[in-house]
Design a protein around this ligand. Structure first.
Ligand SMILES: [Fe+2]
Ligand SMILES: [Fe+2]
Length: 277
């Protein structure tokens, strides 16, 4: 089974900076003709602020001739419970109405694919706890299928034992719960976006993949991280083995966020920590 993972498209009908990467990406997806496309979030530039961006994004995705599943990113539904755009009922209901449920299970062949909302991991809310219960149920009922998880945020940036990385990954306690799940349920793949960096590695028996964004890369305005600053997508082949090919796609442009951040995210601080991936 072949799955194309795309991420961080950051589409908008009013701030059109990155929309031109869609046609070459869609053409490549058409050529590859996968069984499924999974979008790992930041579908829209500011879906957390205006539904126009989500409506526009879904019109673009609907042009694909293959099934598409998606999980939300921070630019789609907000981030955590504090900050300028917290995850809240209004934003979640907007996502559900225009895109679909933020958590899902999709069985295909002998694989169970699981998508969920990583933007509430570590916020110590009732919703986070309920999602952990849901997630363990989804993992424990796979009945022999192999398991792949799709989420917006990576579990860690530099190493699994690191401290809190703030905006970029998952806080320690929630990260540990996730890592315990990966081991206990022998999860084969955890695939994410958010960092606008392309990287692949392993955590025990689980393959970890950060898909390259389909919009922009981030230059010196953010701290250095592992991974390549490229735009593109990932072709996952799920069989007895998992292969994940990170692909730079002809015709896509690696726009540099540093050049346009004041136009695109005028409220964002121009320096580190709380930027805009
Ligand atoms: Fe993000
Ligand atoms: Fe992003």
């Amino acid at each position: 089974m072949r799955i194309i993972q795309i991420t961080d498209t950051h589409f908008s009908p009013s701030k059109t900076h990155f929309n031109s990467n869609w046609q070459p990406l869609a053409d490549w997806i058409g050529q590859e003709n996968p069984d499924l496309v999974v979008h790992t979030g930041d579908l829209a530039l500011d879906g957390a602020g205006t539904e126009d961006d989500l409506i526009f994004s879904m019109k673009l995705l609907s042009k694909l001739q293959v099934p598409v599943l998606g999980v939300p990113g921070n630019h789609d539904i907000g981030h955590m419970l504090d900050g300028a755009q917290p995850v809240n009922t209004e934003r979640l209901e907007r996502w559900r109405r225009l895109v679909g449920r933020e958590e899902w299970v999709h069985d295909i062949g002998n694989w169970r694919l699981i998508g969920f909302n990583s933007l509430i991991l570590g916020d110590n809310s009732d919703e986070e706890e309920a999602q952990f219960v849901w997630l363990e149920d989804a993992l424990s009922t796979a009945e022999g299928r192999r398991i792949a998880i799709f989420a917006h945020k990576p579990l860690f940036v530099d190493e699994p034992g690191e401290g809190d990385t703030g905006y970029w990954s998952v806080r320690q306690a929630a990260r540990q719960r996730m890592c315990d799940f990966l081991d206990k349920y022998e999860v084969a793949l955890h695939a994410s976006g958010h960092l606008h960096r392309a990287w692949a590695g392993n955590l025990n028996a689980t393959k970890l993949v950060w898909a390259p964004a389909a919009s922009f890369i981030v230059g010196p305005m953010e701290r250095d991280m592992p991974g390549e600053r490229i735009v593109g997508a990932v072709l996952h082949t799920l069989g007895d083995e998992v292969t994940s090919e990170i692909v730079e796609i002809a015709g896509m442009s690696p726009f540099l966020l540093d050049d346009v951040i004041d136009e695109v995210y005028p409220r964002a601080k121009p320096v580190v920590e709380e930027t805009a991936a």
